[in-house]
Design a protein around this ligand. Structure first.
Ligand code: GRF
Length: 230
């Protein structure tokens, strides 16, 4: 079976990109990273792409009239790679309907862009998800006992799209930002490739805003009760 062609969008370190690349190295993986897109030159994610032999496009956002124009240029340069799914992995731009509509998977009736967020998107949207869990944000001073890594379809809002899978990360009493991020990223690196596999295997459906995996409402990773990603 043909592998699902991924375009991974990055802006920084690219540790999730690395996890996805590593997973796709397995010939049994039903997906492949065909191109990496960065809106910033010189970021470490680009070195990771080069080391893996994956082509990368740098399309800096400065100089474009608006986000939509930036995305039109990305789409134009993506064409030769024929991506089937856009995977946002630490991409620090809010995407617009220009990208969302161009990438929509009409055949499967699914959005064509996914994202990973280091918090429960129902509780917190935007950057600084780990700071949120630690109660470091002035508007959210409460420290949580656990946070939820969330992989979701992207819609026109910020971290508001339908949730595909979530996995818990405990917040331990001695945690600071570094230790929590380290533990959380390890979970991110497992969850994102799992979800990509589910999508590539055609096991994900969307009815309204509810995602179904293997016909069951999606939710917690490995949680039999919710039928989430295993
Ligand atoms: C991750 O924490 C991800 O959840 C968030 O941005 C961070 C990206 O990290 N959206 P990396 O660039 O993949 O290392």
């Amino acid at each position: 079976m043909a592998r699902l062609r991924l375009a991974v969008f990055v802006s920084g370190s690219g540790s999730n990109l690395q996890a996805i690349i590593d997973c796709c190295r397995d010939p049994a993986c039903p997906a492949e990273v065909v191109v990496v897109v960065s809106n910033r030159a010189g970021v470490y994610a680009l070195e990771r792409a080069a080391a893996a032999g994956v082509p990368a496009l740098v399309v800096e956002h400065r100089g474009f009239m608006n986000r939509g124009e930036h995305e039109r240029e990305i789409l134009r340069r993506l064409e030769p790679y024929r991506p089937q799914l856009v995977v946002l992995a630490g991409y620090m731009r809010v995407v617009t309907p220009v990208l969302l509509e161009a990438c929509r998977d009409h055949r499967r009736g699914l959005p064509g862009v996914v994202n990973i967020h280091p918090a429960d998107t129902r509780a917190y949207q935007g950057a600084h998800g780990y700071e949120f869990a630690l109660g470091m944000l002035p508007e959210h001073p409460r420290r949580l006992e656990q946070t939820w890594i969330t992989v979701h379809f992207v819609d026109a809002g910020v971290d508001t799209g339908p949730i595909i899978a979530q996995a818990p990360v405990p917040v331990l009493p001695g945690d600071d930002l570094d230790t929590l991020k380290q533990r959380g990223l390890a979970v991110e690196h497992r969850l994102y490739p799992e979800v990509i596999r589910l999508l590539a295997e055609g096991r994900v459906e969307l009815k309204g805003k509810q995602v179904f995996v293997d016909g069951k409402p999606a939710g917690l990773a490995g949680d039999a009760r919710t039928g989430g990603a295993k």
